[in-house]
Design a protein around this ligand. Structure first.
Ligand code: ATP
Length: 351
């Protein structure tokens, strides 16, 4: 187990800067996620850590060891790629054993290790199957076993769940998380799926356009996003552009303490962010100052939750409610309702 430390990493492709001045401290034994939209530089950093990509500037350390110029095979890092990169003509056993053969392990030791790691990913008994005879989820687990069998210090996972169907993705999320905890291996997980990041990670680094915007625990990032990009990218939010804090109460309720909490820079664009699940919705008025009358424009049924699009004057507000058994807690298009914005639910954010 090692920390991974990245200092001032920059990588350009021709004139295009893929990532710039990245500084990260990935604690040993943790599952750390790189999250961001397509093209923001996640894979570039992962490839730099693996050694398959030479960096232009900056340094990468495994614990105390500077690995910036060490060749990939000497870095002690295991990697699972998006498409798994398995050898299709080989059996499960041959795929998993491959890295050990290259390292010239004895046949006896290879057998022992392959057995151990196939058992860890619940694929014992599959040794003689061809890769083409496996489901997507099984292939994924072979890829995991293959990357872990050499017992690397670091495990890199590049969007490993993106080819699986919704239900299997959820199962594999839990399987990977449990395996990571069991082995205690420092793991870096790349995804553009915020739900995957929130459910699996100890810490998340959010990237946008080649820069790291925020690092924190899932709960820190969700509850206290650093700017409007993070608030919008992680979970759903209502974002209201406001010209100044004094302008805000005209469209939404902003409590005094919220103003005091926020660094304000009048030259920057300012947004008020309110999570839809923090807004209350009722059929009758309670007469509170933070309550607004509106009309339901749209209802989106999601099974466990219901999203209401409510028009308050000319502003659209999304409100999320739990799908309760109580019929009185459900609302319908064109119904008049009252929404309530609780004290402290508003975050004032820069762009
Ligand atoms: N080999 C390359 N040559 C030129 N440009 C590249 C190369 N690899 C990546 N880029 C560019 O660098 C930027 C970052 O790419 P990267 O693959 O790291 O993004 P990403 O966040 O992993 O995206 P995705 O989620 O789509 O995989 C993009 O603008 C991409 O086009």
């Amino acid at each position: 187990m090692e920390d991974v430390i990245i200092k001032k990493l920059t990588k350009k492709f021709g004139g295009n800067t893929a990532v710039e001045d990245i500084n990260l401290n990935i604690e040993k034994g943790s599952l750390f996620t790189f999250l961001g939209p397509s093209g923001c530089g996640k894979t570039t950093i992962l490839r730099a850590i693996s050694g398959f990509l030479k960096v232009d500037e900056g340094k990468i350390f495994l614990g105390e060891r500077d690995i910036t110029n060490v060749s990939p095979e000497k870095r002690d890092i295991g990697m699972v790629f998006q498409n798994y990169a398995l050898f299709p003509h080989m059996t499960v056993y041959e795929n998993v054993a491959y890295g050990l053969k290259i390292k010239r392990f004895s046949k006896q030791d290879i057998d022992k290790r392959v057995e151990k790691y196939l058992e860890l990913v619940s694929l014992n008994g599959y040794e003689d199957r061809k890769i083409s005879e496996l489901s997507g989820g099984e292939q994924q687990r072979v890829a995991l076993a293959r990357s872990l069998v050499t017992e690397p210090k670091i495990l890199l996972l590049d969007e490993p769940l993106c080819n699986l169907d919704a239900k299997l993705r959820i199962k594999m999320r839990n399987d990977i998380k449990l395996l990571q905890q069991k082995l205690g291996i420092t793991t870096i997980f790349v995804t553009h799926d915020q739900e995957e990041a929130l459910t699996m990670s100890h810490k998340i680094a959010v990237f946008n356009r080649g820069s790291c915007v925020q690092v924190g625990t899932p709960s820190e990032i969700y509850s206290n996003p650093k700017n409007s990009f993070v608030a919008n990218f992680i979970g759903e939010t209502n974002l209201f552009k406001i010209d100044s804090v004094s302008d805000a109460p005209r469209c939404i309720y902003i409590d005094e303490e919220t103003k005091l909490d926020t660094e304000q820079d009048p030259s920057n664009k300012l947004f008020a962010s309110i999570r839809p699940e923090h807004i209350g919705i009722k059929a009758r008025s309670s007469g509170r100052v933070n309550e607004f009358k509106g009309i339901i424009e749209r209802v989106q049924f999601n099974g466990n939750i219901i999203n209401y699009l409510v028009k308050v004057k000319n502003i659209e507000v999304t409100v999320t409610s739990v799908n309760s058994l109580e019929e009185n807690d459900k609302f319908f298009p064109l119904q008049e309702v009252y929404i309530e914005i609780p004290k402290n639910s508003v975050r004032l954010l820069k762009e």
